[in-house]
Design a protein around this ligand. Structure first.
Ligand code: BGC
Length: 415
C-alpha cells in the first residue's frame, strides 16, 4: 500500500473512492491537431477524478461519420455515456428515450443561471437537462495569412466586393486565394456565411432557419448563390474531398491566402505555434461583422447502466461546465466559454471579439444558428439542403434558378 492509500484506508475512504470510480465512454470527432489538444484536457480532467476515459473518436470534420456510428451503437443497445451532439438532434435523441436526466447536476451547479437562456433551452427536453455544453464557436469567420496578403498587395476584405478584389490579387501573386475542402459541410459553411453577408440576418433566418419557400426562391437567394459559386473560382483543383484542417494548413503555410471557416480553425493556427494578429488574422466573413453564426458543442448524456458509470457520467457533465475546464478547453479549441461571466483575460483578440459580438448580436437580433453545424433545422432537412448546395458547388451546369427549386423541394420532402 502506498502512504496515501494507507491514509485513505485508515480514514475508511478508500472503499468509497473506488466504488465511485467508473468508466465514461465519450464519442467525439475532435481528431485534428487543435481539437485533439482540447479533447486531451477533458480526458485529463476525468482521469483526475479517478474515472476511466474510453475514447470513442470518429474522425471526420463536422461529425457526419460520428453520427452514423452513434446510430448503430444506440440501435444495438450499447450507447456511449456521452456523445458530441448539437442543436435539434439533442431533441431527436431525447424523443427516442435514449438520454439520461441531468437535472441533479444542473440544479446543484446552477446551470440555469450560468447559461444564456437560448442555449439552455436547447439542452433540455421537456424541461429537463439531457446535454451539457462546452463552448460557443463562431462560424462566420475569415482567416487570412498577412504575409500572403502583403505579397499580393491586397487588403483583408470586409465586404464581398473587396473579397473578390483580394482574391484576384492573390491569384496574380501565385497564391491560392481560398483554401477550401470540398465536403458538403464545408461547402455549406461557406454558403451560410455568404447568405449572411449578402442577404443579412433577417434573410438568413427567414430562408434558412424558418425555411420560407418565398425566401428560398428569391432575388436575394439568387444573388447569394451566384456569389457563393464565384468563390469556387478561387479555390484550387485539389479542393474536392480535402479535410478542413488541411485547408487551414495551407493558410498557415502561406500556400493559400484565406479560409472561410469557424474558429476551430484558430485551434490549428495556435497548435502550430502561430500568433493571432501577427501570423494570422481573423475577421468576420465579408459583410457579417454585425452578425454572429453560433455553433455550440455539447455532449448529450445517454442512459447508462451501473451506479459507478452513472456517477462517472455525472462527474463528466459537472466537469465540462466548471470554470477551469471552460477556460483550458476553449483556449485550445478556438472557441469561447459558453458559461457566462467568465474572465477572458487569458484569451486572445479573436476570442474577445467573438465574445463581444455574441452579446451585441444577441441584443441586436442578428445572432443566428449555424445550419452547417447542426444548430438550426432537423437533421433530415439539414442533410437535404446541404446536398443541394453541394450539387450546385460541384456541377457547373446547374443554374441558380434550378437550385432554388431544388432547395424548396428538398425542404418540403424532408419534413
Ligand atoms: C464542431 C467543432 C469541430 C468542427 C470540425 C464542428 O461541427 O462543432 O467542434 O471542431 O466541426 O470538426
Amino acid at each position: 500500500m502506498t502512504r496515501i492509500s494507507v491514509a485513505l484506508a485508515a480514514a475508511g475512504l478508500m472503499g468509497a473512492t473506488l466504488a465511485q470510480a467508473g468508466e465514461v465512454e465519450v464519442l467525439h470527432w475532435w481528431t485534428s491537431g487543435g481539437e485533439a489538444k482540447a479533447a486531451a484536457e477533458l480526458k485529463a480532467m476525468m482521469q483526475a477524478k479517478g474515472h476511466t476515459w474510453k475514447d470513442f473518436a470518429v474522425a471526420g470534420g463536422g461529425g457526419d461519420a460520428a453520427m452514423t456510428v452513434l446510430k448503430s451503437r444506440v440501435v444495438s443497445g450499447n450507447p456511449p455515456a456521452a456523445a458530441q451532439i448539437k442543436g435539434p438532434s439533442i431533441q431527436e435523441w431525447a424523443r427516442e428515450g435514449a438520454l439520461a436526466n441531468m437535472d441533479a447536476v444542473a440544479n446543484a451547479n446552477k446551470w440555469d443561471d450560468l447559461l444564456p437562456p437560448v442555449i439552455a433551452s436547447g439542452l433540455k427536453y421537456e424541461g429537463h437537462y439531457v446535454a451539457a455544453p462546452v463552448n460557443v464557436h463562431r462560424v462566420n469567420w475569415l482567416w487570412a495569412n498577412p504575409e500572403a496578403f502583403k505579397k499580393a498587395g491586397a487588403k483583408v476584405p470586409t465586404t464581398w466586393d473587396e473579397f473578390f478584389v483580394a482574391a484576384e490579387a492573390l491569384k496574380k501573386a501565385g497564391v491560392i486565394p481560398v483554401a477550401h475542402g470540398g465536403q458538403n459541410w464545408q461547402d455549406f459553411t461557406t454558403f451560410e456565411s455568404v447568405a449572411l453577408g449578402v442577404g443579412g440576418a433577417d434573410f438568413y433566418k427567414k430562408a434558412l432557419v424558418q425555411l420560407d419557400p418565398g425566401s428560398l426562391k428569391s432575388a436575394t437567394m439568387e444573388k447569394v448563390l451566384t456569389t457563393f459559386k464565384k468563390v469556387k473560382g478561387y479555390t484550387d483543383a485539389n479542393a474536392p474531398g480535402r479535410d478542413w484542417n488541411l485547408a487551414t494548413a495551407m493558410v498557415i503555410k502561406g500556400d493559400a491566402g484565406m479560409q472561410l471557416m469557424g474558429d476551430w480553425a484558430k485551434g490549428e493556427f495556435l497548435a502550430a505555434g502561430k500568433v493571432p494578429g501577427k501570423d494570422f488574422v481573423c475577421v468576420a466573413a465579408p459583410g457579417t461583422a454585425k452578425s454572429y453564426t453560433y455553433n455550440v458543442d455539447s455532449f448529450a448524456l445517454f442512459r447508462v447502466k451501473g451506479a459507478d458509470n452513472q456517477k462517472a457520467q455525472q462527474d463528466f457533465a459537472q466537469a465540462i461546465m466548471s470554470p477551469e475546464f471552460q477556460e483550458v478547453f476553449n483556449l485550445n479549441k478556438g472557441s469561447i466559454p459558453v458559461r457566462l461571466n467568465m474572465n477572458l483575460a487569458k484569451f486572445d483578440s479573436c476570442a474577445k471579439t467573438s465574445a463581444t459580438d455574441f452579446v451585441a448580436s444577441s441584443k441586436g437580433g442578428s445572432l443566428v444558428p449555424s445550419i452547417a453545424h447542426g444548430m438550426a433545422v432537423p437533421s433530415a432537412t439539414e442533410g437535404a439542403i446541404k446536398d443541394v448546395v453541394s450539387q450546385f458547388w460541384n456541377d457547373d451546369k446547374l443554374t441558380a434558378t434550378v437550385v432554388m427549386d431544388r432547395l424548396v423541394a428538398a425542404v418540403k420532402s424532408s419534413k
